[in-house]
Design a protein around this ligand. Structure first.
Ligand code: FAD
Length: 325
């Protein structure tokens, strides 16, 4: 539906862009649950992104910027504001010297496409993130991580757009204040438009090895983790200060979740703790976000009763009026 707005509260319609209404979000996130977006728009240029922000500002709407929906849980009530899903998917590469090159990718580019683009241009390094779903925007937001690799190790600059003014500026990596699961984008004052990565210019042989590594990582992930109907790790690891009063002082949340015996066992409605990984919740058709929340609450309660600490979600909760976790 396009621009069909109840007469009682007609919002200001920004010219040139068509904002949709009451758009389902369940098919736009990996849990495949959740309600509707009250307003929805997919900008294909930075200018349209700025116009969408203007529309939200003029109509006093909350904003949620959606990537591939691989790390979010959307309320069954939906999102009572404007969901912006940037379709900014341009990529370009520029050689710096005989060893390195810079690759710039729009915020809506999937990591899968980015890695393939790089390997096709003999640029290696990002294949360490093979098999992880998500866009460049969502990945910079969380500082994507896999074992010892953090996305911040490769970023040299980025373009960000200011929520209030729509102004686009270029920033260096220090702006992001990256940490584990942390970046300045989480203050939601700016959104990512594009990011530039510094990568290694490789020989054909090195690229063949990198492709092999990519396949190996994907195979390893497929064996160990569920691949669909999940948001990946539901809870984040603990910070050192959060575990200082526990016996083993371990920050790894999976350790505590393994001990409470919920793996493959705990189910509410259509949501279950994966039998493959105690920190991954999976859904089956008909599941609701409320089912997922109930499973997560029971997990929090069990860890708290046994260890005196409460796991916190890594998964972003969207559209919930009160934080249920
Ligand atoms: C099977 C599976 C395995 C996973 N494995 C890993 C893993 O190994 N390591 C890991 O780190 N993560 C992992 N994840 C989590 C997920 O892949 C990452 O968090 C990914 O970066 C999410 O990207 P997205 O585009 O889907 O973001 P979304 O889920 O759509 O959004 C996540 C957050 O990013 C914000 N965001 C999105 N785009 C922008 C933008 N342009 N500007 C500002 N903010 C933005 C959103 O507002 C939201 O707050 C896994 C998920 C799944 C489903």
């Amino acid at each position: 539906m396009v621009n069909q707005i109840p007469q009682s509260h007609i919002p200001t319609i920004t010219p040139h862009i068509q904002i949709e209404q009451n758009v389902p979000l369940a098919d736009k996130n990996w849990f495949k649950t959740g309600g509707l977006a009250k307003f929805y728009f997919e900008p294909t240029t930075p200018e349209q992104f700025a116009q969408a922000l203007g529309f939200a500002r003029e109509n006093k709407l909350e904003i949620f910027v959606l990537g591939q929906g691989a790390n979010i849980l959307i309320s069954d009530e939906g999102f009572d504001g404007l969901v912006i899903r940037p379709r900014l998917v341009d990529m370009s590469a520029q050689q710096v010297d005989g060893h390195t090159a810079l690759v710039k990718a729009g915020a809506g580019t999937t990591f899968h496409d980015l890695i393939e683009y790089c390997l096709n241009k003999n640029l290696i390094s990002l294949e360490e993130f093979s098999g992880i779903p998500g866009t460049v925007g969502g990945s910079v937001y969380i500082n994507l991580h896999y074992y010892e690799f953090l996305l911040e190790q490769f970023i040299v600059n980025a373009q960000i757009i200011h929520k209030e003014t729509g102004k686009i500026i270029t920033v260096d990596p220090t702006w992001f204040k990256f940490g584990y699961d942390a970046s300045n984008l989480q203050n939601k004052e700016y959104y990512l438009v594009s990011a530039t990565f510094q990568l290694k210019l490789a020989t054909d042989l090195e690229v063949a090895l990198a492709r092999g590594r990519r396949q190996e990582i994907i195979r390893h992930r497929e064996r160990r983790y569920p691949q669909t109907n999940t948001c990946g790790s539901f809870f984040r690891n603990f910070l050192p200060n959060e575990v200082e009063n526990t016996e083993k002082k371990l920050i790894y949340v999976a350790y505590y979740l393994d001990k409470i015996g919920v793996k493959g066992e705990l189910t509410v409605g259509g949501a279950t703790v994966s039998y493959q990984h105690a920190n991954m919740l999976v859904t089956k058709p008909g599941a609701t976000s409320t089912d997922i929340i109930k499973v997560a609450q029971i997990m929090q309660q069990k860890v708290f009763e046994q260890f005196g600490i409460k796991p916190q979600p890594e998964c972003q909760l969207i559209g919930f009026k009160n934080n249920p976790l």
